[in-house]
Design a protein around this ligand. Structure first.
Ligand SMILES: NC(=O)C1=CN([C@@H]2O[C@H](COP(=O)(O)OP(=O)(O)OC[C@H]3O[C@@H](n4cnc5c(N)ncnc54)[C@H](OP(=O)(O)O)[C@@H]3O)[C@@H](O)[C@H]2O)C=CC1
Ligand SMILES: CC(C)CCC[C@@H](C)[C@H]1CC[C@H]2[C@@H]3C(=O)C=C4C[C@@H](O)CC[C@]4(C)[C@H]3CC[C@]12C
Length: 294
């Protein structure tokens, strides 16, 4: 009996600690009502869908991307869906001065910022690494450095509002995949930067949350066009993906995994059975037989 108690009491303690730790606040769409949100890369894909969800929730949205005509349509639709307000700033994230201008527009027109959703990605290729170093550099500017520049500019406003930074990354930012060499480098960089910054915020009591989103294959037009012929898996819906990202940001979660089974579970293998994970990943690729005719 004595021995049983010795085991049972610590065990119950562990169960209670686990329940307490995992008792998360529930998401409610009202959490976003009246919030001032920037969504980058919002002219298409997941970013566009995030703008629509935020609009339905009554947020003030500022969308940005290069193509003004598409953004104009997104803004119109956001207004129809009930956004507190909707506006756009168009330009390219290759230019860090532009990244800063977007944040300044939020300050001037919204009077502050509650959530910064960093989502845009520059065009790349889904194929073997071609050795083009300039392309890697350009992609690092767009996919990584502009995220840093926007964060730096937005930080004073986010500190004031106790706001959130949401960084849209990928399984390719946690694990090496074939055909995503330059892209993957930019996404790994985001993890390094934002996970370190989160630690510093914690030490300095900075009340700004950082949510890193680890996504699997999503059915956006560009992704399907680039990869559907090669990947032996079906893409997940962009609408649901967009909602999960917003929920994670609003709940100030450290990371979002979507789809859970295709991200969180394979990641459990990463540190313990890396070769097995690499092998399983390759099984999901339909790669033409290498040309042996040399
Ligand atoms: N779809 C997928 O399978 C996956 C996507 N992700 C991540 O999700 C996020 C969204 O992906 P997805 O919706 O598929 O992407 P899309 O290709 O559909 O959209 C990319 C967005 O970025 C904008 N953009 C492109 N180049 C620039 C630039 N130079 N300056 C400013 N904006 C630019 C595009 O607009 P415009 O051309 O008008 O500038 C567009 O709005 C990305 O961070 C991506 O890495 C992660 C895992 C899987
Ligand atoms: C456990 C595994 C089976 C899961 C494998 C998931 C792999 C195959 C998933 C995870 C992340 C995915 C890529 C991604 O992040 C974004 C893009 C950009 C887009 O324009 C072209 C497609 C591309 C390269 C996706 C291709 C498929 C990737 C590598």
């Amino acid at each position: 009996m004595g021995r049983l108690q010795k085991i049972l009491i610590p065990f119950l303690g562990l169960v209670l600690a686990f329940c307490f730790y995992s008792a998360r606040e529930n998401f409610k769409p009202e959490m976003l009502k009246g919030k001032r949100v920037i969504v980058t890369g919002a002219s298409t894909g997941i970013g566009e869908q995030m703008a629509y969800h935020l609009a339905r929730m009554g947020a003030h949205v500022l969308v940005t991307a290069r193509t003004e005509a598409k953004l104009q349509k997104v803004v119109e639709r956001c207004r129809e869906l009930g956004a507190g307000s909707a506006r756009l700033v168009s330009g390219s994230m290759e230019d860090m001065a532009f990244a800063k201008r977007v944040v300044e527009a939020a300050e001037a027109e919204l009077g502050g910022l509650d959530m910064l959703i960093l989502n845009h990605v520059g065009k790349s290729y889904f194929s073997y690494f071609d050795g083009d170093v300039r392309h890697v550099q350009k992609l690092l500017d767009i996919n990584f450095l502009s995220y840093v520049a926007m964060t730096v500019s937005a930080l004073p406003m986010l500190k004031q509002s106790g706001g959130s930074i949401v960084v849209v990354s990928s399984m390719a930012g946690k694990v090496g995949f074939p055909f995503t060499v330059p892209y993957s480098a930019t996404k790994f960089a985001l993890d390094g930067f934002f996970s370190s910054l989160r630690q510093e915020f914690s030490i300095q009591n900075v009340n700004v949350s950082i949510t890193l989103c680890i996504l699997s294959f999503i059915d956006t037009e560009n992704a399907v066009r680039a990869a559907a012929d090669v990947l032996l898996m079906s893409p997940a819906p962009k609408e649901e993906c967009a909602l999960e990202i917003i929920k994670g940001g609003a709940l100030r979660q450290r990371e979002v995994y979507y789809k859970y089974a295709l991200t969180k579970i394979p990641l459990l293998l990463r540190d313990w059975a890396a070769e097995l994970l690499d092998y399983l990943v390759r099984q999901h690729y339909h790669v033409e037989r290498p040309n042996n005719s040399l």
